[in-house]
Write a protein of this length. Structure first.
Length: 89
């Protein structure tokens, strides 16, 4: 296996991880901003009030994005396993 092949595999793995994590992180970011704006508007600074809506948004986003995430991870894995003979040389 050449160093270029190793770099290609690592690059593909990092890009796949980035594209799988980015939508969930975006949901968390938007939920955090929305909760912060509500806290500013109501002057309510309770930790439970900020945590519960964010966790609910993460769960909802994860459940909605799960089929897409599974499709992307299966495509990456199939591509990696399909080229396994090329990497084994």
């Amino acid at each position: 296996m050449t160093p270029e092949a190793v770099v290609e595999i690592l690059r593909g793995a990092l890009m796949a991880a980035f594209w799988l994590a980015a939508p969930i992180l975006a949901v968390g970011f938007v939920a955090g901003i929305a909760v912060s704006l509500v806290q500013i508007a109501t002057s309510m600074q309770d930790n439970a009030f900020s945590t519960i809506p964010r966790l609910a948004a993460f769960l909802l986003g994860f459940l909605l994005l799960l089929p897409w995430m599974l499709q992307k991870s299966m495509a990456y894995t199939a591509g990696l396993m399909g080229n396994l003979g090329r990497y084994a040389r």
